[in-house]
Design a protein around this ligand. Structure first.
Ligand SMILES: Cc1ncc(COP(=O)(O)O)c(C=O)c1O
Length: 367
């Protein structure tokens, strides 16, 4: 019975009771400065006017400093998602191939398909749990137009070492391919390397304030690229009149607060990973392919338990109000083996998972 209820309908109906570990959202970013900025913009009735279409100048300046990509143009979109769509729409067409992975963030694959192109999904559900330059090289055909690098990788939590980012970027540069570098989770990584400096003419860097700054609901992200490449994409900007003004003021405040806020966010995120690991280790057959995660999520492999990810998702949510995601949303081939859990949450949320997960697994196994 319960499994027939749509999980998102249920979760939003029980918004405040649910422990949200399903969408890699961040529940640890301090609220004060962001709230003050949004309240100020509301009081000033900033919403009566269209925003300055290219985006708040100071916000762009902070992004420029944060990324340090000299000479790159910056575009602000309604979440990184809009930038990803525009990239696929503007740069890909029928017959083109994009070298990507499985598992992956499949919404990008959907946008590639909508452009008439197709992804070539290299299977990475085995060590090192990410793409390598060698495998990308082997997968390139005359039809290859773009490489997709998601670093850190949603859903596995793997991060790319600097030399691998460089090698992948150099493939793009030397073989005249586009490189889509999705760095949505980069602030959670112990170290992160941007691809752009190694292939400045080829790289499209997609950024987001949803996960690092905890602004997923405000929809703020965008694109950085060398001006010639940027302009090709920006022609397809659908939000010609600019991105939601309240979101931009929130983003500006969050970018100012980020350097001070992030050490504590990372500390709690690491602590939560440890707590979850202990719970996973207590369940026979459950394992963590990637630990520690370089993002704010990882997957729990439950293939050896005989329990389905959908059943775990349903029982955790409907029975315990803990929301995690079944793997089929993230992997056509391996989705039946794992659930994805995110953990940039308050410790009490991680503790709720720790309490519920072993009980759910025991129940579903009939134990
Ligand atoms: C890899 C990746 N890129 C982009 C996005 C979209 O982010 P946004 O909320 O900025 O649209 C997500 C969201 O989960 C993601 O995981």
């Amino acid at each position: 019975m319960a499994a027939r209820i749509d999980p998102f309908v249920f979760a939003h109906e029980h918004f405040h009771e649910v422990v949200w570990m399903s969408q890699n959202t961040n529940h640890l970013f301090p609220a004060d400065e962001v709230a003050k900025a949004v309240e100020g913009a509301l009081r000033e009735k900033r919403y009566e006017e269209y925003p300055f279409a290219p985006g708040l100048v100071e916000l762009k300046e902070l992004l420029r400093q944060d990324f340090g990509l000299d000479g790159a143009s910056i575009g602000i979109t309604a979440g990184g998602t809009e930038a990803l769509y525009m990239i696929a729409r503007s740069l890909l067409g029928p017959g083109d191939e994009v070298v990507a992975s499985d598992p992956s963030y499949l919404i990008i694959h959907k946008f590639v398909a909508l452009a008439g192109a197709q992804t070539v999904n290299l299977e990475i559900y085995a060590p090192p749990w990410r793409l390598t330059a060698d495998r990308i090289n082997e997968a390139i055909t005359p039809k290859t137009k773009m490489l997709l690098l998601i670093d850190p990788l949603n859903p596995l939590g793997s991060g790319y070492p600097p030399e691998e980012v460089r090698a992948i970027a150099e493939i793009a540069r030397d073989r005249k391919l586009l490189l889509l570098d999705d760095v949505t989770y980069r602030d959670f990584a112990d170290r992160h390397t941007l691809a752009h400096p190694y292939a400045p003419e080829n790289t499209l860097t997609v950024w987001s304030l949803s996960k690092n700054c905890g602004l997923a609901g405000l929809r703020l992200g965008g694109l950085m690229a060398a001006p010639a490449l940027f302009d090709k994409v920006w022609k397809y900007n659908t939000n010609d009149l600019g991105v939601n003004v309240l979101a931009q003021w929130a983003g500006l405040a969050a970018m100012k607060a980020k350097p001070k806020a992030f050490p504590e966010i990372k500390r709690q995120t690491h602590k939560n990973q440890e707590l979850i690991r202990a719970a996973v280790e207590s369940v026979p057959g459950a394992t963590l392919p990637v630990y520690p995660s370089q993002g704010n999520m990882f997957v729990i492999d439950i293939s050896a338990t005989g329990v389905s990810p959908e059943a775990v998702q349903a029982e955790l949510l409907f029975g315990h109000k803990v929301f995690v995601r079944a793997g089929n949303y993230l992997s056509p081939k391996f989705g039946s083996r794992f659930v994805r859990v995110s953990f940039s949450n308050r410790q009490q949320d991680a503790e709720a998972f720790v309490k519920a997960f072993p009980a759910v697994m025991a129940k579903l196994r009939g134990g």
